[in-house]
Design a protein around this ligand. Structure first.
Ligand code: ZN
Length: 459
């Protein structure tokens, strides 16, 4: 009986952990590395185990850094079953299709750059690989219901409150006389958010593997964050400009829609507000909320049950196709435009920046993480110009950075969650190394490890 770590080791992406019990091999998550070029190259590297020998994959949630290497796993021989909650399965379909599409596009670009050498940079995986992975989804996990994965391996999912369908996993492993309970936190959400439940800690366990993304900081309170957000939107509206919000398609876009609706109905925002959701992926993710009342907070589930749409806004327009997206370019003021990607590394938001960055009356509101080196980070850091589509665009729009929206638990929430599970042994993953060290010191227990890549431990 052992556990080994094959991603998100002293870093925040590429989550992949392997459990072995009774000769059965089971992965928890199979995520993509995201970020710098070096990490991108890691995606094509060896898994650190034989994909053909893996019997099951259990997913904690549908973010790309937790499920994005599944098509590659299947391409390299995995023929087992993938288990997930129903909402995770639906979102994984959107996320993996989009990822395969981007991989194919990127390969096509490097094909062009290499003057016709197909061997030069094959896609990591194709749409067909993604379809093959999606075909391997099997049994459905339900919060609080134990599922017998196979003889000697039981799993129960607990709401992790991070994104729709997200789960912490509680494993009960039996091998001969040896019994171990192992919890994998997945990504943990922050409490008090309107759409989702607060994270539910699993029962006490012998071993815990937990994320530490924000293990060294506290979040700004939500009411202050909302006040900032409403202020930025209404000031721009009063100036007659457009608001561009580069946003991630899963969760953040739905959360903002909900807050915009609340702002308009409560009078914090003008009733005449026009809002564009310019992202097919965000539109589908919004529909997933309506389709999965079992995964949302009780108040939102009640709203859905009485036919009251939590995302309905009089002035809301959904831009599904390219033509609808381009039509927004003709609007010079008074609109809120939400589009991806969140870090402005591509996608439809680039056109909206091209049309609005040079306008004094406009504003760009950043509501999420912006990695160093991305256009989002350059704008936040005060760049005077930004090069877009071969053109140097002056940045005259007002730039707001609102940090209080987070899908991750903060330091105190992580500590409380750990106290609730009260493990004998703790493995820290999914965090930067210095953050992990600070968090480990706060746990006040000697048995804490920070595994390195491909390291294995007897359970
Ligand atoms: Zn996540």
């Amino acid at each position: 009986m052992q556990i080994s770590f094959h991603g998100a080791d002293r870093s925040v992406t590429g989550s992949c952990h392997r459990l072995e019990c009774n000769d059965v091999q089971l992965l928890v998550d199979c995520g993509l590395y995201q970020g710098s070029r070096a990490l991108a190259e890691d995606n094509a590297g060896d898994f650190g185990f034989d994909p053909a020998r893996i019997d099951y994959v259990v997913l904690t949630h549908a973010h790309l850094d937790h499920c994005g290497r599944l098509p590659l796993l299947v391409k390299r021989g995995f023929r087992g079953e993938i288990l997930a909650t129903a909402a995770t399965r639906d979102l994984a379909r959107v996320v993996l299709s989009d990822s395969a599409h981007l991989q194919e596009e990127e390969a096509e670009r490097s094909y062009t750059r290499s003057h016709g050498n197909r061997e030069h940079a094959p896609p990591l995986y194709t749409m067909a690989d993604a379809e093959n992975a999606l075909a391997r989804f099997g049994r459905t996990l339900r919060y609080g219901e134990r599922l017998e994965v196979c003889a000697g391996v039981g799993v129960t999912a607990y709401d992790a409150g991070h994104i729709l369908g997200s789960a912490s996993l509680y494993f009960e492993l039996v091998e001969g006389a040896r019994r171990r309970t192992v919890v994998l936190s997945g990504d943990l959400g922050t409490g008090g958010r309107p759409l989702l439940n607060d994270p539910v800690p699993p029962p006490h366990a012998d071993v815990v593997v937990m994320e530490t993304t924000y293990g060294d900081r506290l979040h700004r309170p939500l009411p202050q964050t909302l006040e900032e957000f409403y202020g930025a939107v209404s000031q721009t509206h009063a100036r007659g400009g457009n608001v561009v919000i580069p946003t991630f398609a899963l969760e953040r876009a739905q959360e903002l829609l909900y807050y915009l609706r609340l702002g308009v109905s409560g009078g914090a925002l003008p009733a005449s507000l026009t809002v564009f959701l310019d992202s097919p992926m965000a539109i589908i993710a919004t529909e997933a909320f309506r389709a999965h009342p079992e995964a949302v907070s009780a108040p939102v589930a009640q709203m859905l049950a009485r036919g009251d749409d939590p995302f309905a806004l009089d002035g809301l327009h959904l831009a599904r196709d390219g033509a609808a997206s381009r039509a927004i370019n003709a609007i010079s003021g008074g609109a809120v435009i939400m589009a991806g990607s969140g870090m402005c590394t591509g996608g439809r938001v680039m056109h909206h920046l091209q049309h609005n960055l040079a306008r004094d009356a406009a504003s760009v509101i950043f509501v999420g993480y912006a990695a160093v080196g991305t256009p989002a980070r350059r704008i936040i850091d005060g760049a005077k110009t930004l090069r877009l589509f071969g053109e140097e665009i002056p940045v005259r729009a007002r730039v707001y950075t609102i940090n209080g929206f987070s899908a991750h638990a903060d330091r105190d929430e992580l500590l409380a969650w750990h106290r609730a599970v009260a493990p004998g042994r703790t493995f820290l993953v999914h965090g930067d190394e210095d953050v992990m060290r600070k968090f480990a010191a706060l746990l006040g227990t000697a048995n804490v490890q920070m595994p390195a890549a491909d390291q294995a431990y007897e359970l």
